[in-house]
Ligand binder design. Structure first.
Ligand SMILES: Nc1ncnc2c1ncn2[C@@H]1O[C@H](COP(=O)(O)OP(=O)(O)OP(=O)(O)O)[C@@H](O)[C@H]1O
Ligand SMILES: [Mg+2]
Length: 245
């Protein structure tokens, strides 16, 4: 199953991608995490994995990426991916599509184009699970990155902006015929209740507690190596979906 994690800036996309990847790996799935965020650099630390080389460099770098991506055809499989561009630890593999490094170097469109094409062309074998962590907001939806995924996981934090963006994501997902599910993040009993009143409850498949350990580990750039309330239930849901698929 190919899942893509999206939501407002700072709502917890990378945190949830990491915790979910670790939980699915623990359950025996071969997990591929794709970092499609061109700005942030620290997903690998949260996973406790060395940073991989940017996949865009495999195609000659960002300047020529747009043209190269147009010519990419055929299926990709995890086992056939070029080794230098994958970092791994246990059952988790990490790829990073590309980053912006220099002032004035241009937009992230070629990186989004590569992410979109990669998600579309990747074929998963049984027991493989893909999590694509995205950049903040909905630019990637505007660029069609979600086309190749099976499900969209929208992370919602307790803020009105996040709720509004989530509704917009749900509408866009509907337009392209993709299933969208909501994961509430940074909640306690009260804020969870408020979010459930504001959102379509039937789409909520996870609620992750606000946890000081996550905040402190991220601050120090440390691996998220502990159990967090709500992740197991989320993984249970995805496993059931997996079996039905
Ligand atoms: N459940 C949680 N409890 C406490 N802090 C959290 C939780 N989830 C995320 N955070 C904190 O919120 C901040 C943003 O988290 P994260 O980087 O995962 O968000 P993001 O959506 O990936 O951000 P960006 O849009 O910049 O990619 C970090 O400081 C992280 O530690
Ligand atoms: Mg992030």
């Amino acid at each position: 199953m190919k899942s893509i994690v999206c939501g407002k800036g700072g709502c917890g996309k990378s945190t949830i991608s990491t915790l979910l990847a670790k939980e699915m790996a623990k359950r025996g799935y071969k997990v591929l995490v794709i970092d499609t965020d061109e700005s942030n650099f620290d997903l690998h630390s949260q996973l406790g994995i060395d940073p991989p080389q940017d996949f865009m460099n495999y195609f000659g770098g960002k300047k020529v990426l747009f043209e190269k991506v147009k010519t990419l055809r055929g299926e990709w499989r995890i086992d056939d991916l070029p080794q230098g561009y994958l970092s791994e630890k246990g059952n988790i593999k990490l790829m990073a599509m590309g980053k912006i490094y220099d002032f004035g170097e241009g937009c992230a469109c070629p990186i989004n184009a590569l992410s979109a094409k990669f998600l579309e062309n990747l074929v998963l074998e049984e027991g493989e699970f893909l999590i694509a962590d995205t950049d903040a907001g909905i630019e990637h939806l505007g660029r069609g990155v979600e086309r190749g995924c099976d499900i969209i996981l929208a992370v919602v934090e307790p803020s009105q902006e996040s709720v509004k963006l989530t509704r917009k994501i749900a509408r866009m997902a509907e337009d392209i015929g993709k299933s969208v599910y909501y994961i509430l993040n940074k909640v306690d009993g009260e804020t969870k209740g408020v979010l459930l009143d504001l959102l379509d409850k039937s789409k909520v498949v996870g609620a992750i507690t606000k946890d000081e350990r996550i905040f402190k580990s991220s601050l120090k750039g440390e691996e998220l190596d502990f159990e967090v309330e709500g992740i197991r239930e989320l993984a249970d849901f995805l496993e059931r979906l997996f079996i039905r698929a």
